[in-house]
Design a protein around this ligand. Structure first.
Ligand SMILES: Cc1cc2nc3c(=O)[nH]c(=O)nc-3n(C[C@H](O)[C@H](O)[C@H](O)COP(=O)(O)OP(=O)(O)OC[C@H]3O[C@@H](n4cnc5c(N)ncnc54)[C@H](O)[C@@H]3O)c2cc1C
Length: 602
């Protein structure tokens, strides 16, 4: 299928040549599957995304949802597209057959869903939030809650939200004020105001199931006192029919830079006596329930950022192959026709950077999705434990690296279009605006840096980081044995970067342990960026090793494809990985520039 959503050849390369996804079919859970069934699911997702999501992407951007004081209005194409999505069973793509699902591996399910982000990220947000919501109920809900809500969520009759943030508590969830008062019958009455709630109100589904973080009065202070509650917009009877409207009110819609088709809501709970809610999981364990599901959710955020960058890159590439401008620098002759801008080296630089970011990001995120599969269905306890540990350390990177660099790809896609890229006549400006959310939500860039350096790098005496390094060293050994002198050189470069980050990590954790915690963590976002570039360099080296092995037997377009992989790998190692040297220097010297800057000096 030729369009500008994704390069299916690249997707097939990542799934089948790099990650060997077919090998998952040897596991009991995926025994009915084969490459054919995986491709059929991808084809269906691709077709629905292209035919039902992409066509109204611009219209939804230009026609934000409105609220007339009673009800939210959204352009009708959104509901129609979602009906097709739900009918195709995509909400339950990764779920068991018994739940009406397709029982696809996470690697394939995520790849299917990714295509929708490229087509129309704001319409895709509604089912994606619903999947995250259903996963939480499945993991922590009571048997009753699962029976009452899960089938309707997985069928798309109900949609879901995640209600964490409040006006005064975004990054710092310990400061939430929403409270849940226990009732004699075991239910709770929820009171408070939630801010920024995506999909918080609409008429796209019969009901909306809110998962709300709130504090039970008298509980421990801070994050240890946060619990999780299920609060439906309409109460649900035991037979699944809808009852009374719950005490949840839309106070207003936020008007956003991007993701404009997704309603983003201020929700008031309990203005009329208290919204009825039910505890999910144990009291005071709300945040750990949320975090339990975060690894998977954040793979989705990273992949969303990748796909916005990916489709922008494909648009820029198509434009650069058509747009005529200028002549070759050598022997300029104005009587000769103008050349296509792809013939200018500087335009190729911008395209190559985009290719390196988005294809690197896609491989990184699908590798993380593969770890999700290994965590749940790996052959041995050791495989499952290792996959979990790797996901722990990689999650902040998988969320943040694409949010930063695939956004940069969107910026470069605008640049390739010149002035036209800055207009609404071309899609690249919207893609940039849409992608700008990703470094902000689901934990900002700064918070992910603190998570990586302050929590994950030192967890279990550094076990996760050491395991990641062992994985990298296995690739380095393979690269050093390969026939390509270039890849052997890249292996040395990466080995140097790995040694440096290990030394720097030790120094920073040591400084933190010696009481200099504020200083040690002051540049945590630089640490996140350095670690991200190192991991993506590793992912590129792995891709290049596959390409170099296949190149001799490849002809024509296949040969070009593998050459493209090697060129993008070379770009990453020569232009991008060297950034980490400077970052390392700043970190290793415990640079105080930002730390010591005073408020009054600005
Ligand atoms: C379009 C959109 C959709 C959203 N959807 C949802 C949703 O569905 N559900 C939901 O619950 N929330 C949602 N959010 C909220 C989102 O998760 C928060 O905006 C985010 O967590 C940041 O919180 P904040 O906006 O209050 O910013 P703040 O927390 O005030 O942060 C402002 C800045 O300060 C930095 N900062 C804050 N604390 C620290 C610290 N301790 N150390 C270093 N730097 C720090 C941050 O990194 C950031 O740069 C959404 C937000 C947007 C914009």
């Amino acid at each position: 299928m030729q369009d500008r959503l994704i390069n299916r050849r690249d997707l097939a390369f990542v799934l089948y040549e790099l990650l060997e996804t077919e090998s998952l079919c040897a596991r009991v859970r995926f025994a009915d599957h084969s490459r054919e069934t995986f491709d059929a699911a991808l084809d269906t997702a691709h077709r629905i995304a292209a035919e039902h999501f992409a066509p109204h992407n611009r219209k939804a951007d230009l026609n934000e949802p409105t609220f007339d004081g009673k009800q939210v209005h959204i352009i009708p194409e959104v509901k129609r597209a979602l009906e097709v999505f739900c009918k195709a069973g995509l909400l339950a793509a990764g779920k068991a057959y018994a739940q009406g699902g397709m029982q696809l591996p996470a690697t394939v399910a995520q790849a299917c869903l990714a295509i929708f982000n490229a087509a129309n990220v704001s319409t895709a947000a509604y089912p994606f939030l619903t999947i995250a919501n259903a996963n939480l109920i499945e993991a922590f809900g009571t048997a009753d809650q699962k029976t009452k809500y899960l089938p309707h969520l997985l069928a798309g009759r109900f949609f879901g939200t995640m209600c964490l943030s409040e006006p005064q508590a975004g990054s710092s969830l310990s400061d939430i004020r929403t409270r849940a008062e226990p009732q004699p019958d075991g239910s709770y009455r929820v009171f408070g105001s939630k801010m920024w709630i995506s999909g918080g109100d609409h008429e796209l589904s019969e009901n909306i199931i809110h998962l709300v973080l709130a504090k039970i009065p008298g509980g421990p202070p801070g994050v240890k006192g946060i619990s999780l509650f299920l609060v439906p917009k309409y109460l649900v009877n035991d037979d699944g029919t809808l009852g009374l409207r719950n005490d949840v009110a839309l106070a207003g819609l936020n008007h956003k830079m991007g993701y404009r088709g997704t309603t983003n809501c201020v929700l008031n709970f309990g203005e009329n006596g208290g919204a009825l809610g039910w505890l999910v999981g144990e009291p005071h364990q709300g945040l750990s329930c949320m975090f339990h599901m975060m690894n998977e959710a954040r793979v989705g955020v990273g992949l969303g950022a990748v796909m916005l960058g990916y489709t922008g890159y494909l648009h820029a590439l198509a434009y650069a192959r058509e747009r005529l401008q200028g002549r070759p620098l050598a022997g300029k002759d104005t009587t000769r026709p103008q050349v296509r801008i792809v013939e200018h080296a500087d335009v190729r630089r911008m395209l190559l950077a985009q290719k390196a970011y988005v294809e690197g990001g896609l491989a990184l995120c699908l590798y993380a999705a593969r770890l999700v599969d290994d965590q749940h269905t790996g052959e041995t306890e050791q495989v499952r434990r290792d996959a979990h540990l790797l996901l722990e350390i990689l999650t902040p990177i998988v969320k943040s690296w694409p949010s930063q660099w695939c956004l940069e790809a969107n910026s470069l896609a605008i640049q390739v279009h010149g002035g036209y890229g800055y207009t609404r006549e071309y899609p690249v400006e919207q893609l940039y605006r849409d992608n700008r959310l990703n470094p902000i939500h689901e934990g900002t860039h700064g918070i992910q840096g603190l998570d990586l350096l302050g929590r994950k790098a030192g967890m279990q005496d550094g076990a996760a980081l050491q395991l990641l390094m062992r994985e990298m060293h296995a690739t380095l050994r393979e690269a050093r044995k390969c026939d390509s002198p270039e890849l052997r050189g890249f292996a040395d470069d990466l080995a140097g970067a790995v040694d440096r980050i290990m030394e720097t990590t030790r120094n920073l954790l040591c400084a933190a342990a010696n009481g200099e915690i504020e200083l040690a963590l002051a540049n945590a976002s630089v640490y996140l960026e350095m670690a991200g570039h190192m991991v993506v360099a590793w992912i590129w080296l792995r891709q290049a090793l596959v390409a170099v092995a296949r190149l001799p037997g490849a002809q024509g377009a296949e040969r070009d494809f593998y050459q493209g992989k090697l060129a993008a790998c070379a770009y990453f190692f020569r232009w991008e990985l060297p950034r980490t040297r400077h970052q390392n220097e700043l970190l290793n010297n415990l640079d105080r520039t930002c730390f010591e800057m005073q408020d009054a000096w600005f």
